[in-house]
Design a protein around this ligand. Structure first.
Ligand code: FAD
Ligand code: NAD
Length: 483
């Protein structure tokens, strides 16, 4: 029997489950199809983000940060602890529990919002039909007025280092090591390379990151990226830029395997041997067996489903959002797109402000940014004022013994409207979010400067950076800098 819905959503990652829940809230008869299964063959909701992405990686980042604090920093506060050690299986167990709690929570949220969760792989066969094949191979057909595709993305593999999820792993394998590798190689100094490289470096691995591009974090504000490179080097992450990997060889010792990676850099041919190698060179949209070719849904040159700024595909009844479409591969970008599509299907006006998608790298210190950086504004010929405030001058950061980095605020020289915020430092993500809100309301640097901030907080660094851009910060010397 063919079941009928107003909306069928394919995928229950951040984009899919937000779309489905909002559709349910708006009274649309909605189904959400998910193919992901846990190790014990149960359907799990939440996609990459909850199962093998944002959440498990942050669980490991938090554990490993606490370990570093206990090992090196408690003493500064006068806290003496006996020998500190890490129990990797216990760390992994905690991470798995957090994931389980959240993925089970999504199943509950779908149900309480009257979304029918359907287990299996969905394929769009006509503009109004989705064929679902369950894990036993049984098929059912769903009819829908609208289809939302939120099928997400998968890691990119490169020929020189084929992933075996044992010695050579992708980000998913890197969340599952059963012990701390002595020598860890990472290919790609992007977000995943830096976050997961940091986890294992903190726990004692000797980490080498091989990055093909010559510039470190090329999309990040240069001043912030330079500061980050210095801090990571101090933390023991060896980042080799301009390193092009050309091949790898697995060698099976009696007890343990290792991998020798061949790469070329400015000094010529190089080799390095690792116990584990993480390949983190980006992700690609996942559209395998998803779309019947007769639909004529357009993909772009990199395989993303082509959509407009309202996530409409080339077929009027079909929408797509999240990692499977253009734009940054970030959970929150997909969430907002999912909600926008649901609201528009319910006849509401909704849009996503693609100019204000915040980015964060959850290392310690964190790196966070939104809006334009100095380099982009210079290229565009925009005159700006910039104010920077170092955490070394923040009372609260010093009290916490966590005072590396700075807040930078950039404002239009003519109108004073805030154009960008760039932070490296403690709680950078949460601090930057304050400026995202200000920017959503078209605030000026003066607006931030006139706002009262609680003392003593890290947020005061945001206040001071805004004041610095106006030339009257209180806790640092003022050198008003214009473009
Ligand atoms: P996904 O989360 O990939 O979900 C897609 C879902 O669709 C999956 O569950 C998949 O099984 C299902 N699916 C696919 N095809 C079908 C089909 N045919 N039928 C049924 N189901 C199907 N982003 C952040 O913003 N912050 C972070 O801190 C962060 N950390 C990350 C850490 C790591 C290690 C990784 C790998 C990613 C991280 N990301 C982070 C990125 C984030 O996970 C993704 O941007 C986000 O999950 C994309 O959401 P999505 O819903 O588009 O796709
Ligand atoms: P990325 O694009 O951030 O970084 C990949 C890096 O690999 C780049 O620096 C690239 O130059 C380098 N690279 C590519 N090919 C290479 C090669 N052959 N040899 C050496 N280096 C090479 O991708 P990622 O780190 O894999 O992350 C994937 C996606 O997941 C990103 O789009 C990111 O937005 C998302 N993510 C986000 C977060 C977060 O928001 N904190 C965390 C993890 C992942």
């Amino acid at each position: 029997m063919t079941k009928e819905y107003d909306v069928v959503v394919i995928g229950s990652g951040p984009a899919g489950y937000h779309a489905a829940i909002r559709c349910g809230q708006l009274g649309l008869r909605t189904a959400c199809i998910e193919k992901w299964q846990s190790r014990d063959d149960k359907t799990v909701y939440g996609g990459t983000c909850l199962n093998v992405g944002c959440i498990p990686s942050k669980a490991l980042l938090d554990t490993s940060h606490k370990y570093v604090e206990a090992l090196h920093e408690f003493e500064t506060h006068g806290i003496k602890v006996p020998a500190v050690s890490i129990d990797v299986p216990a760390m992994m167990g905690r991470k798995d529990e957090v994931v389980k709690q959240l993925t089970t929570g999504i199943a509950g949220l779908l149900s309480s919002n009257k979304v029918e969760a359907i287990s299996g792989k969905g394929k769009v066969t006509t503009p109004e039909t989705v064929l679902v094949t369950d894990h036993e191979g049984k098929e059912q057909e769903l009819k829908a007025k609208h289809i939302i595709i939120a099928a997400g993305s998968v890691p990119i593999e490169i020929p020189p280092t084929p992933v075996d999820q044992n010695t050579i792993v992708d980000s998913t394998g890197a969340l599952e090591f059963d012990e701390v590798p002595k020598r860890l190689g990472v290919i790609g100094a992007g977000v995943i390379g830096l976050e997961l490289g940091s986890v294992w470096a903190r726990l004692g691995a000797d980490v080498v990151v091989l990055e093909a591009v010559e510039e470190f974090l090329p999309t990040v504000d240069r001043q912030i990226a330079k500061e980050a490179a210095k801090i990571f080097a101090k933390q023991g992450l060896q980042i080799k830029l301009g390193a092009r990997v050309t091949g790898s060889k697995l060698s099976a010792g009696r007890a343990k395997k290792s991998v020798t990676v061949e790469y070329q850099d400015g000094d010529g041919e190089q080799r390095a041997t690792f116990d584990k190698l993480i390949v983190a060179v980006g992700r690609k949209p996942y559209t395998r067996d998803l779309l019947d070719p007769s639909l004529g849904i357009e993909l772009d040159a990199r395989g993303f489903i082509r959509v407009d700024d309202k996530c409409a595909t080339s077929v009027p009844s079909i929408y797509a959002c999240g990692d499977v479409v253009r734009g940054p591969m970030l959970a929150h970008k997909g969430m907002e797109e999912g909600i926008m599509v649901a609201e528009r299907l319910a006849g509401k006006k909704a849009q996503v402000n693609y100019d204000l998608v915040p980015s964060v790298i959850y290392t310690h210190p964190e790196i966070a940014w939104v809006g334009k950086n100095e380099e982009e504004l210079k290229m565009a010929g925009v005159e700006y004022n910039v104010g920077a405030f170092p955490f070394a001058a923040s009372g609260r950061a010093l009290a916490a013994n966590d005072s590396e980095g700075m807040v930078k605020i950039i404002a239009d020289a003519a109108t004073d409207r805030i154009l960008g915020c760039h932070i490296i430092g403690p709680s950078a993500a949460d601090l930057m979010q304050q400026v995202v809100i200000a920017m959503e309301f078209s605030a000026s640097a003066e607006d931030l400067g006139l706002t009262m901030f609680s003392h003593p907080t890290l947020s005061e660094a945001v206040h001071e950076a805004a004041l610095a851009s106006l030339g009257h910060a209180i806790h640092i010397g003022n050198r008003k800098r214009r473009a």
